[in-house]
Design a protein around this ligand. Sequence first.
Ligand code: PLP
Length: 234
Amino acid sequence: MTTSVSPDGRPAGDTAGITRRLAEVRERIGRAARDAGRDPKDITLVCVSKTFEAEAIVPVIEAGERVFGENRVQEAMGKWPALRERFGALDLHLIGPLQSNKAEEAVTHFDVIETVDRPKIAEALAKAMHKTGRRPRLFVQVNTGAEPQKAGILPGEADAFLKACRDIQGLDITGLMCIPPVDEQASPHFALLNVIARRNGLANLSMGMSADFELAIQLGATHVRVGSAIFGGR
Ligand SMILES: *Cc1c(COP(=O)(O)O)cnc(C)c1O
């Protein structure tokens, strides 16, 4: 199977490869869940389609997936309205950092925002939700590795931030999300996210990517964000 490349150099159209890899990812999720004594139905696959064009996304929708992740508001606005029109209800997750001046667009175009990470964003989202009447589900991103360059609330500040989101902004936070440091074992980060979620009564854990989603499932992930293992390299 050859992979065609679009004029701007992005991979496109390896439909057979995408469909085969998706089936493998589903199978691996099922196996990891069963190995952990969990019901595979309790794990949502978020297909991370960032940088890929509709041409690559359509076969994944046609194979039955309805939950997708994008990391840029602008990019998502360019490709998802037409896909929603064509395929109906889809669940689109924002998994990249959000700027407060994009809050209204994010609330309008996304069904889930996984990257609530600071008071200013919580405030902007509350305002945008009030104005638009839209209420996407919200996750708080935790910077479990306390990396200076990475988005997310610090673990030690998570409880107070969650309380402020609820009590001050009236936001209904439904889960936590993390991206462990690339050069470290992921398991302590996944375990830490789970502990913070439990003590705050949060049911959802978005953790695990192509390289480590099985480990994340073992440690309690309810949402795994898988891009390259489905769509191929970016
Ligand atoms: C790109 C991205 C993913 C998917 O990464 P893969 O390694 O391609 O599976 C998951 N989460 C976030 C936040 C991302 O930006």
